[in-house]
Every structure is written in structure tokens, then in C-alpha cells.
Design a protein around this ligand. Sequence first.
Ligand code: NAD
Length: 335
Amino acid sequence: MMKVGVIGIGSMGTTHLDVYGKRDDVQILAVSDLIADKRDGVGKTKGNIEGQAKGGLDFASFRKYAEGMELIADPEVELVDICLPTPLHHTYAVAALRAGKHVLVEKPFCRTAAEADDLVAEAAKAKGMLMCALCMRFWPAWEWLKRTIDQGTYGKVLAASFRRLASFPGRSFYLDGNQSGGAALDLHIHDADFVQYCFGLPKAVFSRGYCKDSSATDHVLTQYLYDDIPIVSAEGGWSMRPPFGFWMRYVVNFERATAVFDIGAKPALRVMVDGKVEEPALAEGMGYQYEIAYFLDCIRSGRRPERNTPADAANAVRLIEAEVESIRTGQIVRL
Ligand SMILES: NC(=O)c1ccc[n+]([C@@H]2O[C@H](COP(=O)([O-])OP(=O)(O)OC[C@H]3O[C@@H](n4cnc5c(N)ncnc54)[C@H](O)[C@@H]3O)[C@@H](O)[C@H]2O)c1
């Protein structure tokens, strides 16, 4: 039984607790939040995807700590799950690793690439394992896409475009772009990371964007430049006027097929091939349950997470910084 402690019981802490609560190989030993209602399981924060952050677990048996550092100091906690506001990720992840814990930290890995590099170095000398919760790498229709690209099922990719659009969260640390990094770092990083997961780091990026609700980059459109793939782009923004809702989409044009994913459609994934529409069978659910299952499996088997390394997570932050630099300068930025 893995003894888990979750720090930050907001939308993501609740989402992770939903997953742990359904597993019989995990004991939720402790929770931590500065807000009493949240650590008591009374206060609820909604997620932006239907079915996420359901809540409803009975918190009676959990140890409750106000400050996250108190949970890290609990000698019985083996896995510390950090769902804190982004600027706190580095400090709490370093503290938990130094306390000998395994650490799952929400995306973005860190607020800056410099912090991210430092955390990678900490992880390399730590006894425990570290993984960033880059959930798209584990989302069934996205895992299908990665596998299909790698296997060359439909030939080479000619064009891949990703789109993630929402309305401004308008709460918590998201209100301040200095803390959240705007939609570029907070939302669009999912797609920037998936681009590097599928195709490797691009040689350069060219981005356009603007600041609006948070004062940081709240909407970005990037072209990722590769020698061997004609078009790779991703758009991410949270400045859509309510009640816009939430879009998460991709269109990938292979030599012999076109794959279209739309989280709001039924079925969400369709593949146009040989004049027909195929509907690939996918695992149920979202990425959170699979990323957590994968990390638990890595810990148990003593195998560091190769599918999603700390260096990958740091590169995702570096990619976003390059995109923001491209918007600022109007230039192509090389990586
Ligand atoms: N993977 C995803 O799809 C996804 C989705 C949303 C958010 N996130 C990320 O998850 C992280 C958390 O986001 P959220 O929406 O859950 O935020 P949130 O504001 O809803 O929750 C954060 C919680 O941390 C608590 N907190 C702050 N400082 C603390 C401390 N020192 N000790 C204990 N508790 C403390 C706050 O009281 C709050 O309840 C962010 O980095 C965000 O980018 C990821």
C-alpha cells in the first residue's frame, strides 16, 4: 500500500484524490491546504473538464496539515503529490525530494526554466522518483496519436495542429500572470509538450500572441519549425468570452489518413482513411488515472519514468519561454 499525501486541495488536488480514492493499492494518508474547508473536504473547486475534480471522498481518516511543508515532514508519507499554485512547485518539490519522498508535481513543472533545470538536478541525486503530471501524454486519444505516429501506421505526418481554448479561470493564482505565466505556460504547455513528445524539440519556434486577462501571454499561436515535417502548430488561450466553454482539439494529416480529435464530439476521435471514417477503440477516462498508474508502477518497479522524464518537463517550460520571447521580439527563436 503506497502512502500518499496530497498538497493543495484545489481543482487538481481534488482530481488526483478522485483517482487515488478508486485505487486499492494506495492509502491517502494525508492532505494539506492552507484553507480549512479544503483540507476538510468541504470546500469545492471545479475543474474545466466535465468529470474532473468530482470530490466527494470522505476525508475523516486523512491526516490534515495546513502548511504543505508539515505534510512533507510526515515520516510515513511515501509519495508527495504537489498540486500547489505554479510558483510553489520548485520549492515544495525540492523539499519533498530532500526528505526522501517520491514526488508527483503538477504541470507546469516550474514557473521558470531556470527553476526547472535546478529541479532536474535535484531529482538526479534524490533517492525518490520525480514525475511531472503532464497528463496529455497519458490521455487515451493522445496516447493513440503518439503510438500511431511512432508506428507509422498511416505514413509520415504532413501537418499537425493542436488547439486548446477556454475562458479565463478568473480565480486563485491564475488572476496574476506573474504567478501563472498566463495561458501560455498554464494551458498551452499541454500542447507544446505534446509536440515535443511526438516530434522532439523543434529547431525553432515562431509565435504570435497577446496579453489580456492575466497580464501575461493569454493567447498564443505557435509554429514549431522542423526540417522533416512541413506544418506543426498549436494555439492556446484562455481569453474567450464566456460562455465559450472548453476546446481541446487536434487535426493530424498523415500521408494516408487524417485524424481529428475534439473533446466535445461523440466519438471524440475519428480517422478518415480510404474514403471511410474509422473510430479507434480507446481506453475509458482521462489522462489523470493513467499518469498516476504509470508513476505508481515506476515507483514499485524501481524504474525511473522514461515516458515522461524531469528533463522533458523542463524542456516544455523552456519551449514556452522561447514562444513568449518570439512574441516579444517578433522573431523566430531558435532552441
Ligand atoms: N493537469 C491539468 O490539466 C491541470 C489543470 C488545472 C491546473 N493544473 C495545475 O495544477 C496546479 C494547481 O492548480 P489548481 O487549479 O488546483 O489551483 P487551486 O488554486 O484550485 O488550488 C491550489 C490550492 O493550494 C493551496 N495552497 C496554497 N499554498 C499552500 C501551502 N503553502 N500549503 C498548502 N496548501 C496551499 C490553496 O489554498 C489552494 O486550495 C497549478 O500548477 C496548475 O497549473 C493542472
